[in-house]
Ligand binder design. Sequence first.
Ligand code: ATP
Ligand code: MG
Ligand code: MG
Ligand code: MG
Length: 503
Amino acid sequence: IKNTSSLIRTSFLDYFIKENGHAFIRSSPVVPFQDPSLSFVNAGMNQFKNVLLGLQNPTFKKVANSQKCIRVGGKHNDLSSVGQDTYHHTFFEMLGNWSFGDYFKKEACSMAWTLLTCRFNIPSHRLYVTYFGGDKELGLPPDLETKEIWKSIGVNPKHILPFGIQDNFWEMGKTGPCGPCTEIHYSYQDGTPTPEKVNVGNPDLIELWNIVFIEYNRSGESSLEKLPERHVDTGMGLERLVAVLQGVKSNYDTDLFRPLFDVISRVSGARAYTGAFGAMDHDGLDTAYRILADHSRMSAVALSDNMFPDQNHKLRRIIRRALVTCERNFKMKDNAKLLGAVVEGVADILAHAYPEISRNLNKVQMIIRNESEIIRELNRSTAKEWNKLVKQDQRLSAFTGVEAVGLVPAYRDLRDSLVDKTKVLSSEIAIRLYDTYGLDADLIDDLASALGFSFKRDDFDNDLKHFKQERNKSFSSNLDLTANWTSTLIQHNVPFTNDSYKY
Ligand code: ATP
Ligand code: MG
Ligand code: MG
Ligand code: MG
């Protein structure tokens, strides 16, 4: 079959490796390697961070790969878009090529343009390019060199547009390698140019490829240091490219997702996926399909890379949301059965590029079942308790129907530590409710006001940020948990592999 996602991934890699002399580097696991500034690997360049900073010599000067990325939390957080739009996922694959002190702007732009227009045959009038328009505060000039490069390549000048820091200055996180970038966007519409639709979140005109010219290290809030060498770091979302090349307007209509929808309807008996969004999705089932498929991919990838839910709260929340979706929207009492089946589908679809998912499938299934049992038990014990508490304390009646998990211990904690002493809910206690009992800020706010405490949300947000930073510093202590899990898996005779970092 032409244009399958596997073939498209391979064509990208072949183009850089066979035609343009790049070396292939495997995707790193999604677990950040000794980098407490991240919860998950969020871009192809993460594994090359030290090379880009000049702290490590590259094994090869030109490399290409397809990197497993997760964007939940941190600077690039896409969780709230998942299920709602056609092109943001928690887990996605980033196709990339790099030059470590080798080629620079001209070669990077022209290779990208040739691949899209001559190999993949995307009509050039469908493409828009953006460049960095400069920033006064940081003292950075506009990147007119890149603008001229695009002109010389033959891009229609009406399709070359400047943007500011937000879109065209790429940064990995609060600190780290960064630089101006130029991006290629794809328009699903023919006809007159529509530059006003670029970078405004329009599903008709989506960002496809980011080409970053790494020249700086951000070491703090307002300080940029020039790096010893200049590098190229590019990233193109595979799912978006596949949608374009398979002629569909939603990533969910590609062969990366459709087979997962088939599994969901077959196992649950639910009606088929119809591709409705927003208000058009009357019963919310299509959105649930997208969320479940997305979260299954993310869980399969993170778990098979040896990340554990006890280690990473964000992963735990995603798995639980997937399990809740199985139960609520797809009426599957045995939620782990459905999630497990979808995860198996993920392993099949991605088997060619990431065989570690199928190799670790038993382990992944076991952890999912374990999570399902933990929340079932928590729900069972707390629902009873909560009903008792609501009878005793009328102020809690506003919370009927809210999931009781976490509320019971939170209420007890509040009652015992605050009553008759103060009427202010301190950040310290609020953080405990957040971190230990899993209440989100809105729920803490509601609970505080129901019980008559004042709660300063801004202070809490700031203190929580600080708390997370401090906890990240002790990140390495989490490695103990990995050791615990590893021994559990050995006891249960579950085979697993631990892919080592290649860089
Ligand atoms: P967007 O503006 O669409 O959110 P971005 O500017 O945050 O994308 P980059 O950090 O530039 O994305 O990442 C490089 C490429 O990775 C993007 O051009 C896009 O193709 C892809 N990409 C980024 N985020 C996602 C996501 N959540 N899901 C799928 N693909 C993504
Ligand atoms: Mg984004
Ligand atoms: Mg963008
Ligand atoms: Mg971008």
